[in-house]
Design a binder for this molecule. Sequence first.
Ligand code: ADP
Length: 257
Amino acid sequence: AEQELVRAQRFESLALLAGGLSHDLRNLLQPLLLAGDTLEDYADDPRLARLGTLVRDCGRRGLEMVSSMLSFARGARRAEQVKLGALTDALKLLMAGSVPRSITLEINVFDPDATFEGNHTELQQCMLNLSLNAIQAMPDGGTLRIDTAQVTLADDFFSEVESGVPGRYLHITVSDTGAGMPPDVLQRLFEPFFTTKEGGTGLGLLSCKRIVASHGGLMRVVSKVGEGTAFHLYLPLGMDESDVGDVPVLDADLQGE
Ligand code: ADP
């Protein structure tokens, strides 16, 4: 538990640093972008215009990185009643333009009216990050699946580094049939700025993990090169243990589908 606390504190300092840095960087990058744009439009010498384009594109990319840093750093969350169906509907809407025809989207919601305490916007952002990653991992097409279930997690599900309270959880799985990840990528997945993509920010998964952790939940990943990846989110449904009898108990082996 102490180890967990230290990790949480490190996380918080990082978020704080990222937040401060993003504000300063944005003030720096906006005029740069404008200058590049102006140079591109008004330079008589085509070489200067090309330079303008370069400056503008770098500025734009910088601003994109800043906005992901900001969303990562976003502080205290507001708790509200989140409706599962509303969450998946919003996700569908947000993804509408990003799912290529070669990809089948399957969303299974056990009960659209199921509610739980959390922050809709954050969870939506998290699921969107995971879904867009999944889509990017399937350049040749495949299936993006989002599954939801209620599970009861027992004591032995948790560990030193992944502590949590046994009880009822909402289990959300975002899985793809894409490239999968080799062990060296899997190991570094949640490091800030770790990316294997050109133009990637390497903040998406970290921000997801942060969001899930701030809900008192945890996140696990199972991946196999050439077969695909599944991200498992577990969000606590509350301490009420009265009706645990009729929900499936998840065993430790997440691989089983
Ligand atoms: P980014 O998407 O900007 O690279 P992320 O933190 O979201 O940042 O992801 C970090 C890295 O994790 C990605 O660059 C990619 O290598 C790997 N990754 C994430 N999701 C998947 C996935 N569904 N399939 C394969 N690799 C993934």
